[in-house]
Design a protein around this ligand. Structure first.
Ligand SMILES: Nc1ncnc2c1ncn2[C@@H]1O[C@H](COP(=O)(O)OP(=O)(O)OP(=O)(O)O)[C@@H](O)[C@H]1O
Ligand SMILES: [Mg+2]
Length: 181
């Protein structure tokens, strides 16, 4: 079973490939409401409604190197396996929103995984693109915005080893401080 953070990484890589300049990841993790909701939003090239419907089929991809795209179908499968669902809203020229809901206490729900590692990997893959990450639980909220991080860095690279490690630890520490069981 793939950790949900790995699916998030796949979906964000699609947004980067789609030329997004702003990507937003929202996680809502609640015991109270027994749900884990993840939304990934980008302002990339978008998809036609026909493509958006087709991408959930593992035999569809616009890649020319091979015919099978797996990122979206695998996430859909992970949601549906635990009584959840996935929804894609996309518009050409505007961008894409992928929303997934998982039944939190379902035995087949994959663990969220290490979001610090995932966010660090994403930040390291950003070119002319910013990331906003919001994480909300029953205990509180945490946000990371690369625009704000860059401001503090005052021209230094956000991709230096030191900063990337800081991003990873900052994310993990903050998630821990609002984590629920
Ligand atoms: N955010 C997005 N913006 C625009 N098009 C997208 C986006 N996400 C997915 N697509 C389109 O949907 C197709 C399928 O995506 P999916 O992640 O399932 O497979 P893939 O990226 O082609 O291959 P894989 O993820 O297995 O490496 C992509 O090839 C792309 O054409
Ligand atoms: Mg993909």
């Amino acid at each position: 079973m793939k950790e949900i953070s790995m699916h998030i990484l796949d979906i964000v890589m699609n947004s980067i490939k789609a030329g997004a300049t702003l990507i937003e990841i929202n996680i809502y993790d609640s015991i109270k409401n027994n749900c884990l909701i993840i939304t990934i939003k980008d302002n990339g090239i978008g998809m036609s409604s026909e493509t958006a419907k087709l991408v959930t089929d593992p035999f569809f991809t616009t890649r020319t190197t091979r015919k099978v795209g797996l990122g979206i179908p695998m996430l859909k499968e992970a949601c549906e396996r635990c009584n959840g669902s996935m929804e894609i809203n996309s518009e050409i020229g505007k961008g894409t929103v992928i929303k997934c809901c998982f039944e939190r206490n379902n035995i087949d729900r994959a663990p969220l995984g290490n979001m610090g590692d995932t966010i660090m990997t994403i930040v390291n893959s950003l070119e002319e693109c910013e990331l906003i990450y919001n994480h909300k639980t029953d205990e509180g909220t945490f946000s990371l915005n690369t625009i704000e991080v860059r401001e503090v860095l005052d021209g230094a690279s956000i991709k230096s080893g030191e900063i990337l490690l800081w991003v990873k630890e900052y994310v993990n520490e903050n998630i821990k401080s609002i984590s629920i069981i």
